[in-house]
Ligand binder design. Sequence first.
Ligand code: FES
Ligand code: FES
Length: 149
Amino acid sequence: MINLTVNGKTHRLDVEPDTPLLWVLRDTLDLKGAKYGCGIAQCGACTVIANGAAIRSCVTPVEALADADVLTIEGVGAKGLSKLQQAWLDHQVPQCGYCQTGQIMQATALLKDIPKPTDEEIDAGMAGNICRCGTYVRIRAAIKQAAGV
Ligand code: FES
Ligand code: FES
């Protein structure tokens, strides 16, 4: 049994310790916001936040998060839209949408570390999150709006 805290709620789960967090989120806890893209930490679609840092949930065994505070997109929007989510809407960032929860989670972690990022810091911080629809310019604009820069 493993204790896992997600979006402020602690769950006691009967899962194999090496199960990737993404599987636990989607299949056990029915939180479908984080997406499966590559499964090898190369695309960012599965990004969530653990203890304030963006992580790739497809390659993170759930046992590594036993004492962590995990935040998913469902938690970000639980009490109304975050500044980033509103900026995403204002700039009509999503196209197919598949990568976008990962993008928002990565951006959320970025702004926590760097509240007023430069263009270069945004590009560097978001470099691991791939968007096949090419929404990078809109993502940067939305992050800048949310950051007030
Ligand atoms: S699915 Fe995790 S990084 Fe691609
Ligand atoms: S919006 Fe389609 S992959 Fe990013």
